[in-house]
Write a protein that binds this ligand. Structure first.
Ligand code: SF4
Ligand code: SF4
Length: 100
């Protein structure tokens, strides 16, 4: 079982653009993503919402592989700002991991 960090969402959400809470986990985004990586993008958001910081830290390379093409976003029924959410997560990684 992953460690749960209840503060993780609040840390990532310091960027006002992060709105993954609206995600219904329907899977449309993953189905249209050209990278066909299981993590992108909905599982990524689940991990943040559930406080699974360790899983995010174990997948930074995948998070940086996102093309920010917004194919997912164009098809999201919940109007989740997916590319901006990925950017917010990268911002958090840059600060916490790479200390940029
Ligand atoms: S398409 Fe939107 S609502 Fe559905 S899983 Fe992806 S981000 Fe969540
Ligand atoms: S922005 Fe593009 S590459 Fe990134 S998760 Fe969405 S569809 Fe995939």
């Amino acid at each position: 079982m992953p460690l749960v960090d209840p503060e993780f969402l609040a840390e990532v959400k310091r960027s006002p653009a992060f709105n993954a809470e609206a995600c219904l986990n329907c899977g449309v985004c993953s189905a249209v993503c050209p990278l066909e990586i299981e993590l992108l993008p909905r599982k990524l958001f689940r991990y943040v919402l559930l406080g699974f910081k360790d899983r995010i830290l174990a997948n930074t390379e995948t998070i940086y592989s996102c093309l920010l093409c917004k194919m997912c976003e164009a098809n999201c029924p919940q109007e989740v700002s997916i590319a901006e959410n990925v950017r917010a997560l990268r911002f958090w990684i840059n600060k916490k991991v790479f200390q940029l």
